[in-house]
Design a protein around this ligand. Structure first.
Ligand SMILES: [Fe+2]
Length: 258
């Protein structure tokens, strides 16, 4: 037995859907309540669906009883402020786990590379059921910002860079890819992030929205990449030393490993 995966994501691990007409929607994300939640970079989150409908962001496995990232409960006071965003999360037709709006402050490419991480959406996910993937729907218009995906955290040759204009929709197996956003704007970036369960409903949605896996990666100056690689290793070493000074050894398997 293994989990049910979307055939559309099998080849590359991500797909890009047709762009949504974001300009036609109200800017509901500005009406939401944000809670501090440090993810990749300087972020806050507005939870729309959570473990039990409370306005918090914690993984469902960190609650009692723990469960995987499925069957999210809508946060009533948030959902009433953002009906369009809730509808967009639901229109995929798939089970929704965590659903929230991320607010990300501008950063650098080197920051993004340091922030690369894999999600843990499928912790406690029962074998034989749908694999949890994530949708990233860009709400603000950030055409110069990039979603960065790496199959191998330390290997830039495995990197794919996808632009984030308003209405861009990218579905990613975020447990397979190391990922982070390089946000080049001057104002915060807002995006709707939804955990969906793979299965026939999601497959039908991906097909209807013309999911493409053969999208071109945005080219980048090799010198910039090289600098960021150096900075990545420098920051990791700096962090390792900081822990060492406290008498703690930080292993790559440690949850606090940067
Ligand atoms: Fe993530």
């Amino acid at each position: 037995m293994s989990h049910i995966h979307s055939p559309a994501l099998e080849k590359t691990g991500y797909v890009v859907l047709d762009r949504h007409d974001q300009a036609a929607d109200p800017a509901e994300w500005l009406d939401l309540a944000y809670v501090p939640w440090r993810s990749s970079g300087v972020t806050r989150f507005a939870p729309l669906a959570s473990y039990s409908g409370e306005p918090e962001c914690n993984g469902f496995w960190n609650h009692t009883p723990p469960r995987t990232d499925k069957d999210g409960v809508w946060v009533a006071e948030q959902a009433t402020r953002a009906p369009t965003l809730v509808r967009r999360a639901q229109e995929a037709g798939a089970n929704v786990g965590r659903c929230r709006v991320v607010e990300l402050q501008p950063n650098t490419y080197a920051d993004a590379i340091y922030n690369l991480h894999q999600d843990d959406n499928n912790r406690l996910n029962p074998d034989g059921t749908g694999w949890v993937v994530r949708g990233f729907y860009n709400l603000t218009d950030d055409p110069d910002s990039l979603l960065i995906l790496r199959e191998d955290r330390f290997d830039p040759n495995t990197e794919v860079r996808l632009p984030l204009p308003a209405g861009s929709r990218i579905i990613v197996d975020t447990q397979r890819f190391w990922h982070a956003v390089w946000h080049r704007g001057s104002a915060p970036r807002y995006a709707l992030i939804t955990s969906w369960t793979s299965g026939p409903e999601l497959d039908a949605h991906l097909a209807a929205e013309h999911a493409q896996s053969d999208v071109a990666s945005v080219p980048l100056d090799p010198a910039l990449i090289e600098d960021a690689q150096r900075e990545l290793h420098r920051r990791i070493e700096e962090r390792r030393r900081a822990f060492e000074a406290l008498g703690e050894v930080l292993e790559p398997t440690d949850p606090l490993w940067p």
